[in-house]
Design a protein around this ligand. Structure first.
Ligand SMILES: Cc1ncc(COP(=O)(O)O)c(C=O)c1O
Length: 391
């Protein structure tokens, strides 16, 4: 008989009942060190007092009103994002995949309105992940995500990751945009170098293409900058955001330049929930903490400590781990043993990691992880690797 929860996940036998900072507490009382943060969602850990306060205050006033009306909390969050980024304008969604839907629509409408309606194709890359909507799976294009779900939304060209010649060769007069993650998350923590990102921006400029960056996983401080593309000193035309921006409350956004967004006039897009007062009150509280130089400097400090400690872990366990990769607090351990076995051994050691493609385990801790928590994480990961090697 089918379970009452549609069985689209292979769930670990863990039920968490409470979260406190980096800790997740299991129904049986065990305390797990959470290096997954809900897959890069709980940017400030669990039950951060400023977020609890923001959501409680908003919940006592007003949870939801339609986008038929002005929403002060939404305006405030849009103003913060515009002030802190390349963007001139923001549309709020509830998830990364909804941000993908709008990014695709925005790019196509842009070229339609510019009198070049043939420029509907969007170049995407092997290993990418843009969500599970019809546009998201068509954009990623992998057999794993698309098999059985056809006919797929047309207009995506899938290129190999990091193959500049293939990219140049693919640009024709039907291509309107390039969509790419500055750091692939699900694809196995694969960062683009600053130079690669600069080259892609230059290619977009040379061929009159929109650059859409998917910063759903790598954005909102995770890379050590507010947005990962800032390291390369470039800006996109359109950017997808979600996960960390809500700190655990479902919230996403599409940020865009005035020009890129010019086709999205009244009536061209909408959302019942996107940008509602509750979500945006939390989003403002997240931005007030994360989008500050001191906080980001601390993320970089902690990222350096964690990375160094992980290099030591890899050196001590060459049969389990191959290398550390990633940026900021978006780190991956490429495994020699099967990554799911490592994740399971880590559960036994009461530390949470997240598997990714390319036999990688992801470490995406809360951005406010402390030095002591980093040390404890390494102790637990060491225990997991030791027990796996003894098995
Ligand atoms: C880079 C990227 N884009 C899009 C998504 C989809 O986001 P959501 O699951 O919120 O729809 C994800 C989710 O993991 C992601 O990592």
């Amino acid at each position: 008989m089918i379970p009452s929860v549609l069985p689209t996940y292979n769930r670990a036998p863990l039920s968490f009942v409470k979260g406190e900072g980096i800790w997740l507490i299991e129904a049986d009382g065990r305390r797990f060190l959470d290096l997954g943060a809900g897959i890069a969602v709980n940017a400030l850990g669990h039950a951060h007092p400023a977020l609890v306060d923001a959501i409680t205050r908003q919940a006592q006033n007003l949870w939801h009103v339609s986008n038929l009306y002005r929403i002060p909390e939404q305006q405030a969050l849009a103003d913060r994002l515009v002030a802190a980024s390349f963007a001139d304008t923001v549309f709020f969604t509830n998830s990364g995949t909804e941000s993908c839907e709008l990014a695709v629509k925005m790019a196509r409408k842009y070229w339609f309105d510019k009198g070049q309606p043939q420029k509907t194709d969007i170049i995407t890359f092997e290993g990418s992940f843009h969500g599970r909507s019809a546009a998201g799976i068509a954009a990623a294009g992998s057999e794993k995500m698309t098999k059985g779900f056809g006919p797929l939304l047309p207009g995506f060209m899938h290129l190999p990751w990091n193959d500049p010649d293939a990219l140049r060769a693919a640009i024709t007069d039907t291509v309107g945009a390039i969509l790419i993650e500055p750091v692939q998350g699900e694809g196995g923590i694969r960062p683009l170098s600053d130079q690669q990102l600069k080259d892609i921006r230059a290619l977009c400029d040379a061929h009159d293409l929109l650059l859409i960056l998917d910063e759903v996983q790598c954005g909102v401080g995770r890379s050590g900058r507010l947005f990962a593309h800032e390291w390369a000193g470039i800006t996109p035309d359109i950017m997808m955001v979600a996960k960390g921006i809500g700190g655990g409350f479902p919230l996403g956004a599409v940020l865009a330049t005035e020009d890129a967004a010019s086709g999205m006039t009244a009536g061209t897009h909408g959302s019942t929930y996107g940008g509602n007062p509750l979500a945006c009150a939390v989003g403002c509280a997240v931005m007030d903490i994360v989008a500050t130089p001191d906080f980001l400097a601390d993320v970089n400090r902690k990222a350096g400590q964690l990375r160094q400690a992980l290099e030591g872990l890899v050196a001590s366990h060459p049969d389990t781990f191959e290398e550390v990769r990633g940026v900021g607090l978006m780190l991956g351990l490429k495994c020699r043993k099967t990554n799911s076995d490592v994740v399971n051994a880590a559960y036994e050691a009461e530390v949470i990691t997240v598997p990714a493609a390319d036999n990688v385990i992801r470490l995406l801790p809360p951005l406010n992880i402390s030095a002591d928590e980093i040390a404890e994480a390494i102790t637990r990961l060491d225990r997991a690797a030791t027990s796996l090697e003894a098995a």
